[in-house]
Ligand binder design. Sequence first.
Ligand code: ADP
Ligand code: TYD
Length: 214
Amino acid sequence: MPKVQPHSGKFITLEGGDGSGKSTQAKLLSDFLTSQAIAVVATREPGGAPGADDIRELLLTGDPDRWDAIGETLLFYAARRNHLRLTVWPALAAGTWVISDRFADSTMAYQGYGNQLGIEAVQKVHDFTVADFAPELTFIFDLPAEEGLRRTEGRLHNEDRFEKMELAFHQRLREGFLDIARKNADRCVVIDATRSVEDIQRDLRAEIQNRFLS
Ligand code: ADP
Ligand code: TYD
């Protein structure tokens, strides 16, 4: 099955630690694109498709040691496969842009670096499941681990398995995301997520204008 047709929409992903402001910015970004008469689908991982949402529940609730890093990686990629097949690829093929709150860089950062499964192990599962498909643009939201955790403290939800991980995990995660950005410099733009919602949104829009709309 061809994954994406030649005249396809853009696939833009937002990545970073918990509480770094991705969902807030994803919403504003899709409003902006809509205002530019661009068809857009806003989605998220884990989830974003039938089956993937069921796996989300398995992954995000319960004790931190409910899954080990290998089991977790396989579940994230099983969910991702449905997300691509049922949501992302059909939208892009129809010329619709897709904004995804998290994608594969999250598995590399959380399972590869945070859980210390290692880069090579995650890359193998990635190559098998996703092959060479990649976002056109990825924003990496960078925030001190303590600040991200502080922002999520008041959340009333039970999807907190990763928020319960120790601080050292979140620090490895931050370094992991920065490493991913360094290794994929053409695709990734690091965003200083300590700034105001308005300043960050202005930067995201400017980047998109420069890359795709001018
Ligand atoms: P994420 O999706 O990355 O977990 P959210 O967008 O849900 O992050 O934001 C986490 C919390 O931080 C929310 O309460 C949100 O209102 C707040 N927040 C978002 N962006 C900022 C910002 N730039 N500065 C301060 N607080 C923010
Ligand atoms: P999410 O609702 O995106 O969290 P937040 O709004 O706090 O950023 O929940 C997803 C959680 O799952 C988050 O803690 C990151 C983690 N995760 C992974 O560990 N690996 C992955 O591949 C993905 C997509 C998410």
